[in-house]
Design a protein around this ligand. Structure first.
Ligand code: AP5
Length: 303
């Protein structure tokens, strides 16, 4: 439910400061206001979205193309103040989703669920699903929903994801996948979109290597292995060729707008063309802000 009344002024997280606000004061909503706005208001069940009410007069525009819209909305769930974070991360092939997921999970202890990794595990196991999936993956196409949707749903339903929260990487990639997940009751707090120019993506794919022992992602130029022992065991994905990444990019472009349309109220666009640390600083800023918001909301509701 979107709240059309400006209840809070939410300062922009610093690393993403494409717009800068002259004031960072937080104004907690009053319980009585909430009751008026939401007739079914109930501390234990209400879930709100708050506008960032940055009035244009108080904003200084920057040159970043990734600035959130002034009315960017973030879900501040009060259903359960201690509820774990649920985050989706999206972006073109090699935009850095997996790399950022490593950093996010290190700090926030979320369960990383990567649709591509689940599929590759099926391929490696030689299961029926894996054999079918590989045909599509080799062509850079989406694996059919019959295989992917239940696979992701089952992983998200495991107790660790429910308890610690989840970070869903590379799913949903189509409107039907987004709709299916919603029907199962999985709704994210934040949808992160990594944006990287296409020529950079191709270079990233070609240089990517994986450590089969630790699962860590490397790049021969941008993130080389730390030791010769690691270098000697690195592997390359079967779909990491220039030809295949172009097919994957085409599939991405065909679907991305439809997926974004489902999550536009909770989407943050991140400039993914910096160092991995800089990209993480932007994401970290938004996650910190989201947690601060939740805390302030639950405190104001408890008062
Ligand atoms: P998937 O495995 O999800 O591949 P992808 O979306 O193409 O994304 P990648 O894993 O290639 O890239 P990434 O964004 O994680 O980048 P990374 O961090 O590794 O899917 C594979 C296939 O499975 C799909 O084509 C499809 O067939 C199928 N599939 C998956 N999900 C599906 C779904 N939901 N429905 C249907 N089918 C599905 O980084 C890439 C490289 O860049 C690395 O070498 C890294 O070191 C380097 N790098 C990262 N960040 C930076 C940085 N900031 N600066 C410099 N280098 C960097």
């Amino acid at each position: 439910m979107a709240c059309g009344v400006n209840l809070w002024t939410i300062p922009q997280p610093k690393p993403q400061s494409s717009y800068s606000s002259s004031s960072s004061s937080l104004k907690p909503p009053l319980t009585s206001q909430l009751s008026l706005l939401f007739p079914n208001f109930n501390n234990s069940t209400l879930s709100l979205r708050f506008h960032t009410t940055l009035s244009r007069s108080r904003l200084t525009k920057s040159h970043s193309p990734n600035a959130p819209p002034p009315h960017f909305m973030v879900m501040a769930s009060t259903k359960n103040p201690g509820e774990a974070l649920k985050i989706m991360i999206s972006g073109a092939p090699a935009s850095g989703k997996g790399t950022q997921c490593e950093l996010i999970t290190q700090k926030y202890s979320l369960v990383h669920v990567a649709a591509g990794d689940l599929l590759r595990a099926e391929v490696a196991a030689g299961s029926d699903n894996g054999r079918q999936a590989k045909e599509f993956m080799e062509k850079g196409q989406l694996v059919p929903d019959e295989i992917v949707v239940m696979m992701v749903k089952e992983r998200l339903s495991l107790p660790d994801a429910e308890e610690n929260g989840w970070l869903l990487d590379g799913y949903p990639r189509s409107l039907s996948q987004a709709t299916a997940l919603k029907k199962f009751g999985f709704e994210p707090d934040l949808f992160i979109l990594l944006e990287v120019p296409e020529d950079i993506l191709v270079e990233r794919v070609i240089g990517r290597r994986l450590d089969p022992v630790t699962g860590k992602i490397y790049h021969l130029k941008y993130s080389p292995p730390e030791t010769e022992e690691i270098a000697a065991r690195l592997t390359q994905r079967f779909d990491d060729t220039e030809e295949k990444v172009k097919l994957r990019l085409r599939t991405h472009h065909q679907n991305v707008e439809a997926v974004l349309s489902m999550f536009k109220d909770i989407t943050v666009k991140i400039d993914g063309n910096g160092s991995k640390e800089d990209v993480f600083a932007q994401i970290d800023g938004w996650l910190t802000k989201l947690l601060e918001q939740r805390k302030a909301t639950s405190e104001s509701l408890a008062a």
